[in-house]
Design a protein around this ligand. Structure first.
Ligand code: PLP
Length: 427
């Protein structure tokens, strides 16, 4: 199983049988409130009838279509819709099947772009400590989680990392963007000085780091990174696999923060988690730079058997319909204050050393149990499921929250209260 302590899981498996709206039903028939929107995936709730119907219809109409040298209208229609949702200047989309594939696709596009522009000396990739960009070799290399890297030997060469922005001394219990830390972006200038900026192809970051425990960018930080990248011709990639599609109250975090990257990676909320699909969005000039050479030549030697899969595309189009029809991103933004209040009410509980939030992303940081890293958070995750019928994620020393975009405020607040009870009852 992915990122699971298997022996611990086998001792008491948590198995889901079905889902509807904001609730799962487990194999024992118990109704369980999902306080994590799937895995950041399902902001509209589970088994949304419009998406289910679109998938049913599509699978009986065009189940698969050869995607190399051929395509189908749904993929092109979806690409247009995505480009229209993105910040100005984004024109083109490359489809993948996951966030990890989106990240590796984005890194390859960045390298290919510079080559096409005659700058093949730009081969370095920069990530950030505590960044998570999936599990493929590119994403793992630019990612900044030691535990995800140490078992796998040599990763990509020519990768460097910015420092993370996690700092309890200055930022503990911040609500939204912390005030302290914009200067940490200047480390990019130091990395440029060290390596020669003309050797750097791209910087990839999550606008709000998700997997490592919700680290909203300090005020002014993203703006500063954008400035340094622009000065040196470095492409800025926002990994919006989590932050895309309403999670931060807008189509993309780029819009919310008013900082426009050159490439955006997505997955998860693209299909509301119903069918695996990812997409990489690029600016017009990146697309155009690749359109060189004889027209019968493949311009980007990259892609997957299932890129732009018709059933996934149908699920994504139906999802975008609902986002629009239900004004989901605005609805998510309206929920933020209640979510923030409820989350920060956990601040005084035993072992809670930080509470952080941005948009509908939240984390409670716990003091580690001496000698047993992650054990306290894992126990809380399990007790929430068994004792309170609530799903939250545990990762490292954090409990993470990702409410539905269309959560009912009373249920949301009640579920956070349930987590609070468990935290209080856990040593
Ligand atoms: C920011 C970010 N990038 C990439 C990924 C990888 O996505 P996937 O698990 O779909 O490969 C994730 C997954 O959580 C993520 O949060």
């Amino acid at each position: 199983m992915p990122f699971t302590s298997m022996r611990d899981f086998r001792a008491a498996p948590r198995l889901l049988a079905s889902a509807e709206g904001h609730y799962y039903r487990d194999v024992q028939g118990r109704e369980v409130y999902d306080l994590f929107s799937g895995l950041w995936t399902s902001g509209l709730g589970h088994c949304h009838p419009h998406i289910v119907e679109a998938v049913r219809r599509q699978v009986g109409e065009l189940d698969y279509g050869l995607g190399f040298q051929m395509s189908h209208p749904l993929a092109f229609g979806l690409a247009e819709r995505l480009a229209a949702l993105a910040p100005n200047g984004f024109s083109s989309v490359f489809f993948t099947n996951s966030g990890s594939e989106s990240v590796d696709t984005a890194l390859k596009i960045a390298l290919a772009y510079h080559r096409a522009n005659g700058e093949s000396e730009r081969f370095r990739l920069i990530g950030r400590a505590r960044g998570y960009h999936g599990v493929n070799f590119g994403g793992m290399s630019v990612g900044g989680i030691a535990a995800n890297r140490r078992a796998f030997g040599t990763l990509l060469p020519n990768v460097d990392h910015l420092p993370h922005t996690f700092d309890l001394e200055h930022n503990a219990f911040s609500r939204g963007q912390p005030r302290w830390g914009a200067h940490l972006a200047d480390e990019l200038s130091n990395i440029c000085a060290l390596h020669d900026p003309r050797s750097i192809a791209a910087l990839i970051i999550e606008p709000v780091a998700g997997a490592t425990g919700i680290l909203p960018p300090p005020l002014g930080y993203l703006e500063r990174l954008r400035e340094i990248c622009s000065t040196h011709g470095i492409l800025l990639i926002f990994d919006e696999v989590i932050t895309g599609f309403g999670r931060v109250g807008s189509a993309f975090a780029a819009e919310r923060f008013g900082v426009t990257p050159d490439i955006i990676t997505t997955a998860k909320g693209l299909t509301n988690g119903v069918i695996p699909m990812g997409a990489v969005l690029v600016k017009q000039e990146i697309h155009d730079a690749l359109m060189t050479g004889p027209s019968e030549m493949v311009e980007l030697a990259h892609g997957y058997t299932y890129s732009g899969h018709p059933v996934a595309a149908a699920a994504a189009l139906a999802t975008l319909d609902i986002y629009e029809k239900e004004s989901s991103f605005e609805a998510a933004r309206k929920l933020e204050t209640q979510f923030e209040e409820a989350l920060h009410s956990l601040a005084g509980l035993p072992n809670v050393i930080d509470v952080r939030n941005f948009g509908l992303m939240g984390a409670v940081e716990l003091a580690p149990r001496p000698g047993s890293p992650g054990a306290r958070a894992l126990e809380i995750h399990k007790r929430c499921f068994w004792d309170e019928r609530v799903v939250v994620r545990s990762a490292g020393e954090t409990i993470q929250f990702a409410p539905f975009l269309n959560s009912r405020a009373t249920e949301l607040v009640r579920a956070i209260g349930s987590v609070g009870r468990v935290i209080s009852a856990t040593d």
